[in-house]
Design a protein. Structure first.
Length: 127
């Protein structure tokens, strides 16, 4: 039996879900609300347009299966925001990614990924 989005994020405070959508739905790049076990609890509109959905695991987003740049554990462990910039071979993009802790929640973070390929130096674009 498949799990519905309502069942997946039922443990998340409804105020947090509302705040996530108020803050991130108009953002032009993907933003996800994710739990420590990497289950996506909410997606902004840009993420939905890319085919992302509540209930997916965030590591499923990497078509090459590699998450070399992931800073989720560091964010959750320290309670501080983390950033990583890296080349993604599968999509041939350079992404600027952020992991942002949610205040008062030890196992919840926002993950934002911005495609900055058009601004990247040529040496970052591995072919």
């Amino acid at each position: 039996m498949e799990t519905s989005p309502e069942q997946i994020n039922s443990a998340i405070n409804p105020d947090i879900l509302k705040a996530f959508h108020l803050m991130w739905d108009a953002f032009p790049s993907s933003a996800l609300l994710v739990t420590r076990n990497r289950t996506i609890q909410a997606c902004n509109q840009a993420a939905i347009r890319k085919g992302l959905a509540v209930g997916m695991k965030c590591f499923q987003l990497s078509s090459d299966g590699v998450h070399n740049f992931c800073r989720a554990n560091a964010t959750l462990d320290s309670g501080a925001a983390e950033q990583s910039v890296g080349y993604r071979p599968a999509s041939k993009t350079v992404n600027n990614s952020y992991w942002l802790p949610v205040a008062g929640e030890k196992d919840l973070f926002v993950h934002v990924t911005i495609d900055i390929t058009q601004y990247a130096k040529a040496e970052l674009l591995q072919t």
